[in-house]
Design a protein around this ligand. Structure first.
Ligand code: PSV
Ligand code: MN
Length: 388
């Protein structure tokens, strides 16, 4: 087994970005339930994200979604975040909520619509410039609902042309991260449905284009860790969007549905250099808390990620290699399961104490009175929701 210090060293450099939209109200197409104390603007979302960092010590940045998190003065917004102990992170673009995008955005048949979508993406890079952010994350709702609705190859060409324009605008230290999703909202075909399509576009664009793996964006039974290993091997894994799914893109708490899958993913990340110093992989949550409290939901998620990472780093690499080279199937499997079945909660409590934070983040947050305070303070105004 790896030593406790090795695990702690990885935990020390593992920052997990939380998404601004996790702090707003969310739901399904059936009902969005409002919760007391929910932020009314991006400044309050960042204040909540700062709480997650305060109690976990592991969530130093906040992902933004534009235009949901549009503010008048981004530099002021960044200063506000820094004052609370966090930084602004990935800029997520949004080309899926305007009426003009009914037939797609960067792949739409109408060149004016494509031009507007590209203009939005360039605006996102302007924001990145202002607040010194590295990553632009692209997820396109583009696709078709019926065979014959549009030409699949033409749409790929439009996608490539649009992406080239955006890629050309990236600064020297900026990256374009292309997320895939196999269906929804399009039901017949999606223009970036899988890692292969994303990778093909990234390879054509250049080294600043990398693939995003959202753990909720695969068909049931997909071996996600295989995809992760392959993308790391190709040096094109740019980021994770973590969440859990039981059925489709459920956006539930990471590690809640299948902690063993999360461990297997982290094991591949670990053995393929994804936790090394200077790794290009960023770790981001992409979740919505529809029926549970949002800040504790994020805290729990960070803890789940840390537990999976700790177990993955604990895997005895020498014993594993030995078993694999000897063709000892069951010994190799046992090495992996030994690490998975290790209770790492004590180690994580120790890591938190070392850092001077409470070893029990959920309890410490609950005792802090913050939930009551925001419920009392945040009256009036419009609560933020998925889409604002
Ligand atoms: C799409 O389902 C997605 O995973 C993308 O990352 C979006 O930006 C995000 O969800 C919005 O919730
Ligand atoms: Mn996502």
């Amino acid at each position: 087994m790896a030593s406790t210090n090795e695990v702690k060293a990885v935990l020390n450099r593992l920052g997990v970005e939380t998404p601004s939209w996790a702090y707003g109200n969310s739901g399904t197409r059936f009902k969005v339930f409002g919760q007391p104390g929910v932020p009314r603007d991006p400044y309050e979302k960042v204040a909540d994200a700062a709480q997650v960092h305060k109690y976990t010590g592991a969530a130093p940045t906040v992902a933004l979604h534009i235009p949901w998190d549009k503010v008048a003065d981004y530099k002021d917004f960044a200063t506000h975040a820094q004052g609370l102990g966090v930084k602004l992170g990935t800029i997520n673009s949004n080309t899926f909520q305007d009426d003009q995008y009914i037939l797609g955005s960067v792949c739409a048949p109408d060149p004016k619509v494509r031009a507007n979508a590209v203009a939005h993406l360039l605006d996102c890079i302007d924001i990145m410039d202002q607040v010194n952010v590295q990553d632009l994350k692209l997820w396109f709702a583009d696709g078709t609902n019926y065979p014959g609705q549009d030409n699949i190859s033409d749409r790929q060409n439009r996608l490539a042309e649009s992406l080239e324009k955006v890629y050309a605008r990236l600064g020297a230290n900026q990256r374009m991260l292309l997320e895939y999703k196999f269906f929804e909202p399009a039901f017949y075909h999606t223009d970036v449905p899988d890692w292969g399509t994303s990778l093909l576009h990234c390879m054509a664009l250049g080294p600043k284009a990398m693939v995003v793996v959202d753990t909720g964006h695969h068909a049931p039974g997909t071996n996600i860790e295989f995809i992760v290993a392959g993308l790391l091997r190709a040096k094109r894994l740019g980021a994770f969007d973590f969440n859990s799914r039981f059925y489709a893109d459920d956006d539930l708490i990471v590690g809640a549905a299948d902690p063993f899958q999360l461990f297997r993913i982290m094991h591949e990340v670990n053995i393929n250099g994804g936790f090394d110093v200077g790794t290009p992989v960023s770790y981001v949550l992409d979740q919505c808390h529809n029926v549970e409290a949002k800040i504790p939901g994020q805290i729990r998620s960070i803890m789940n990620v840390q537990e999976a990472v700790a177990k993955a780093v604990l895997v005895d690499q020498d014993a594993l290699k030995k078993a694999q080279l000897a063709g000892d199937v069951l010994a190799g499997h046992e090495v992996l399961m030994d690490a998975y079945n290790t209770d790492v909660r004590g180690l994580l409590r120790e890591w938190r104490s070392d850092k001077g934070i409470d070893p029990e983040p959920m309890k410490a947050y609950a005792a802090s009175g913050y939930a009551k305070k925001i419920a009392t303070d945040r009256v009036g105004g419009n609560q933020a929701g998925w889409g604002a």
